[in-house]
Design a protein around this ligand. Structure first.
Ligand code: PGA
Length: 247
């Protein structure tokens, strides 16, 4: 059976280390005994160190990393090697909110991807259009630029996410993609990957307004898991989502 990834992106939440620890502990407890799902929690970096020093049965990731590594004059940045040394296995790259609010370009995401792979992190790279509509050309441009210079061996250590900005729960008038949108976009991404790399098997997840009540439909639509924002902040709901994905 192929692996299913459920990746929690806490974004800029919660407001204190104590709340972060409580949420993490509740998730650790909740997903105990769940099999066949790789559960990854990506808290704000400031909470990572404490969280990683507790006993846990899931995987940890960061929400971003620097393109420079391992140290240097990059004020405000955290390097991939620092994340790896702290115990992180995964790093989300190119989330649409980083493109929108932090001015992150495809070129920068590409540099971060090279750095993350060199540090032996598993990158979780977000690809997706800002507004709903025909997206094949947009997905192709994004994939080509973000994956520039990435080898076949490296791309096989990468996870991709179809993450359309219009489907993110906190955006105005957000709506989850339909299973048809999801199937179609994942197929488009697969075709582009085929053109770039030949016959490779790379997990493609879906991200955008996923909940315990709709996760199954995205898995059935061909997603190899989900990047979960809002629903990952409620331990009971997130646990339910993971269990539903495992069933
Ligand atoms: P959401 O976020 O689950 O809150 O829609 C998903 C994402 O930002 O990728």
């Amino acid at each position: 059976m192929e692996k299913t990834y459920i990746i929690a992106n806490w974004k800029m939440n919660p407001a204190s280390a104590k709340e972060a620890q409580n949420l993490f502990d509740a998730v650790v407890q909740g997903v105990q005994g769940v099999e066949n799902v790789e559960v990854v929690v990506c808290p704000p970096a400031i909470y990572l160190y404490n969280i990683l020093n507790t006993k846990y049965n899931l995987h940890a990731g960061a929400q971003d990393c620097a393109f420079a590594d391992p140290t240097g004059a990059h004020t405000g940045e955290i390097s991939p090697t620092m994340l790896k040394n702290a115990g992180c296995e995964y790093v989300i790259l190119g989330h649409s909110e980083r493109k929108k609010y932090a001015g992150e370009t495809l070129e920068i995401i590409n540099k971060k991807l090279h750095a993350a792979l060199a540090a032996n992190l598993t990158p979780v790279v977000c690809i997706g259009e800002a507004t709903r509509g025909e997206n094949a050309a947009e997905l192709e441009v994004q994939l080509q630029q973000v994956l520039a210079g990435i080898s076949v061996a490296q791309v096989q250590r990468t996870i991709l996410v179809y993450e359309p900005e219009w489907a993110i729960s906190t955006n105005k008038n957000a709506q989850a993609a339909t299973p048809e949108d999801c199937t179609k976009s994942i197929a488009i991404m697969g075709t582009i990957l085929g053109k770039l790399y030949g016959d490779v098997a790379i997990p493609i997840l879906y991200g955008g307004s996923t909940h315990s009540s709709n996760i199954q439909q995205f898995l059935k639509a061909g997603a190899h898991g989900a990047l979960v924002g809002g629903a990952s902040l409620d331990a009971a709901e997130f646990t339910q989502l993971v269990k539903t994905a495992a069933s």
